[in-house]
Design a protein around this ligand. Structure first.
Ligand code: A2P
Length: 332
């Protein structure tokens, strides 16, 4: 396949290059696009330098566009790219359009049928949550979900990582910490705001978890309440999750379901201090799930903790998996 990465120099763009390599994706030609600032740079793919081009205002000469340059670029250009290519869009620009499939390949690969050349990649927090929630939902029918997130700086892109690293140095040197990407200084802090506040008091990030869970799991009845918090880690989003199920459930039964779930690593041995963490989940394709226990708040309830590399399963890996689905429609 001829592939274009739009936003190649960004936090997700770099991961897209590496995931295409790691999964040995059949790339016959790779085009890399970013802003005019990056034109002339080059990036290495499979040992060869590939030039970064300024994004033209025209269709791209490829089969698949992996777009990761933000919502406004996608809104403006995806309809143009879609005239000649299939667009797998990492932004939220098209996720809620009824005729745009929103896909996690382990969960709803069938939704790719009938796509109209734009396919949406989910919000990173939602994708990581659903890797654990969906298999449990299938087995025990989830009704209500309460999620608190611990989201890393890279969720805000390369500038978020840079701001955390630089700010940490400033803090340790006793200097004032500058901040631009985040609403407040992130080093040695946690910030209970990701994206803009909505009329109901939730942020857009928090609402995405509800909207996208319902769309991907194809269940408009499931209720999800989320508090999304930025923490001073570089990669990986972690989430504390409480679920109330319709059917009786036990931690042992949940462990059996999750240990058979694709894309999930059960890391649940508290006595040995083994549980999901950003440092162990960094760079991993699979999402870690652990701390599984019976909820003290709900009958038929479970509490658990997940940690997933959101630049991978929450973004680049999921996008490449969608591209893989395009190659094998017969199997869906
Ligand atoms: P550039 O590096 O040239 O600014 P991140 O999510 O890490 O912030 O990355 C955003 C990505 O989107 C980068 O690759 C960035 O390129 C790219 N980008 C930003 N603005 C534009 C634009 N106007 N046209 C094309 N690419 C853009």
């Amino acid at each position: 396949m001829k592939i274009a990465i739009v936003g190649a120099t960004g936090a997700v763009g770099k991961e897209l290059l590496s995931v295409l390599e790691r999964r040995d994706f059949p790339v016959s030609e790779l085009r890399l696009y970013a802003s005019a600032r990056s034109a002339g740079r080059s990036m290495v793919f499979r040992g060869e330098e590939v030039a970064v081009e300024a994004l033209p205002e025209a269709p791209l000469p490829v089969d698949v566009v992996l777009a990761s340059a933000g919502s406004s670029i996608s809104k403006q250009y995806a309809p143009i790219w879609a005239t000649q290519s299939v667009v797998i869009d990492n932004s939220s620009a098209f996720r809620y359009e009824p005729d745009v499939p929103l896909i996690v390949p382990e969960i709803n690969p069938h939704a790719i049928r009938g796509h109209k050349n734009i396919i949406a990649n989910p919000n990173c927090t939602t994708a990581i949550l659903l890797m654990a929630l969906h298999p449990l939902h299938k087995a025990f029918k989830a009704r209500r979900v309460i999620v608190s997130t611990y989201q890393s700086a890279s969720g805000a892109g390369a500038s978020g990582m840079e701001e955390l690293l630089q700010g940490t140095k400033e803090f340790l040197a006793g200097r004032a910490v500058e901040h631009k990407t985040f609403a407040h200084p992130l080093p040695f802090n946690v910030i209970p705001q990701i994206d803009a506040f909505q009329e109901n008091g939730y942020t857009k990030e928090e609402m995405k978890v509800l909207w996208e869970t319902q769309k991907i799991m194809e269940d408009s009845q499931i209720r999800v309440s989320c508090t999304a918090v930025r923490v001073p880690t570089l990669r990986v989003h972690s989430e504390a999750v409480t679920v109330e199920f319709e059917k009786p459930v036990s931690p042992e039964a949940a462990r059996a379901v999750l240990s058979a779930a694709p894309g999930v690593d059960l890391v649940d041995d508290p006595a040995a201090k083994r549980y999901p963490m950003p440092l162990s989940a960094t760079g991993k394709f699979n999402v870690e799930v652990g701390r599984i226990r019976k909820s003290l708040a709900f009958d038929n309830g479970l509490d658990f903790f997940v940690a997933g590399d959101q630049l991978l399963k929450g973004a680049a890996l999921n996008a490449v998996q969608i591209a893989e689905l395009l190659q094998k429609p017969v199997a869906i």
